[in-house]
Design a protein around this ligand. Structure first.
Ligand SMILES: Cc1cc2nc3c(=O)[nH]c(=O)nc-3n(C[C@H](O)[C@H](O)[C@H](O)COP(=O)(O)OP(=O)(O)OC[C@H]3O[C@@H](n4cnc5c(N)ncnc54)[C@H](O)[C@@H]3O)c2cc1C
Length: 319
């Protein structure tokens, strides 16, 4: 793996965690930049994407950069434009299937994790984990996210895919969303079942901040609800790497039940297998390839169409 530190001069930029005044240039020479502060983003080359997906699948990204605030996001985009490459925004990587060939572009991984509670409102940087927000809400006696127990993503990814469980979804708690240059009310987010305007390829906006409105409730009641939800989930989440449910439920039907009724549980291609605990989850039982997963997806779609006449649609994002 190659690593490189690229330097950019940013005039009038605010000082932040990763702002430095002495940084090596591209050739590794220590330079002094007295008149402008310079932000150094560590941009990795040929970073293995399997290390950034809960599926443990994916080849190398040409460039990979972690950003922790708005200024760094803008810097990463500038880098992408200079290289004339496409970028992909990554949160926790718990809903994406990366190609075995990787990505000839830039992965911008969002890790802005600020969290603020104001009365019944929670304002969180989009890289904050849903689980961290749920824990903070519980401690503050705020209810509304108890369904989120066991979901591993960031709040940015959660909003983009309108993630949910137990008949609830994040859209119910969203008050406002900030992107790099706009603010959206809940209504403007175009939330649908496992979808929002931010997940549509025609609108590749980057969520930077999420404002949630929760309900004050007794802390112990919230904790009991979380424990009950966890107990129900425990037997259905396989103990192998996965990216959660592969298909959206073709309501009122459940995708997992349709796949199960086609006799596909435990079907294996390479090291990818349809879980015997939950037929809508594919697990990586060793060294699965994206191609193996894609073939299992194709098989599920074909069999369910033949048996029930239903077209399954992917919930996951395939890169
Ligand atoms: C064990 C397990 C259980 C799961 N259970 C559930 C469940 O019960 N319910 C459920 O809905 N999902 C579930 N998931 C799927 C997944 O955790 C959620 O969809 C989660 O919200 C994805 O968040 P992420 O940060 O990992 O997003 P990523 O996988 O990183 O990205 C997903 C999509 O969101 C976009 N995105 C991410 N961050 C931003 C941002 N800041 N701005 C704009 N776009 C962004 C990405 O570009 C991509 O299109 C589960 C996954 C696993 C592995």
């Amino acid at each position: 793996m190659n690593r490189a530190v690229f330097c950019y001069s940013i005039k009038n930029s605010r000082a932040c965690g990763s702002v430095v005044e002495h940084v090596p240039d591209k050739n590794g020479v220590e330079g002094s930049i007295p008149s402008t502060r310079t932000m150094a983003l560590e941009i990795k080359e040929n970073e293995q994407l399997k290390n950034h997906s809960s599926f443990r699948i994916g080849g190398p990204a040409r460039y990979f950069v972690v950003v922790k605030n708005k200024e760094e996001i803008l810097e990463a985009i500038k880098f992408t434009e200079e290289k004339k490459l496409k970028y992909f925004i990554l949160g926790g990587g718990s809903n994406v299937l990366f190609s075995d060939n990787g990505l000839d572009g830039v992965i911008i991984k969002i890790e802005n994790c600020k969290l603020k509670i104001e009365n019944s409102k929670i304002i969180a940087g989009s890289g904050t984990l849903l689980s961290q927000i749920m824990m903070a809400a519980t401690e503050a006696g705020l209810s509304g996210l108890e369904w989120g127990i066991g979901i591993p993503g960031t709040i940015g990814g959660c909003v983009a895919g309108n993630c949910g469980a137990f008949g609830k979804s994040i859209s119910e708690s969203v008050k406002k969303i900030k992107t790099l240059d706009k603010e959206y009310s809940k209504e403007e987010c175009e939330f649908e079942y496992r979808n929002s305007k931010f997940k549509k390829p025609s609108n590749p906006e980057i969520i930077t901040e999420v404002e949630l409105e929760l309900q004050p409730r007794d802390k112990e009641i919230i904790k009991t609800q979380i424990s009950n939800n966890l107990a129900q989930r425990k037997d259905r989440i396989p103990p192998y790497p996965s990216i959660g449910c592969i298909f959206k439920n073709p309501k009122p039907l459940a995708a997992g039940s349709l796949i199960d009724q086609c006799g596909l549980k435990r079907t294996r291609i390479g090291d990818a297998q349809i879980s015997d605990l939950h037929a809508n989850i594919i697990v990586n039982i060793g060294n699965a390839k994206a191609q193996d997963v894609l073939e299992l997806i194709k098989l599920c779609k074909k069999k369910v169409k033949e048996k029930f006449g239903v077209d399954l649609e992917e919930e996951i994002v395939v890169i």
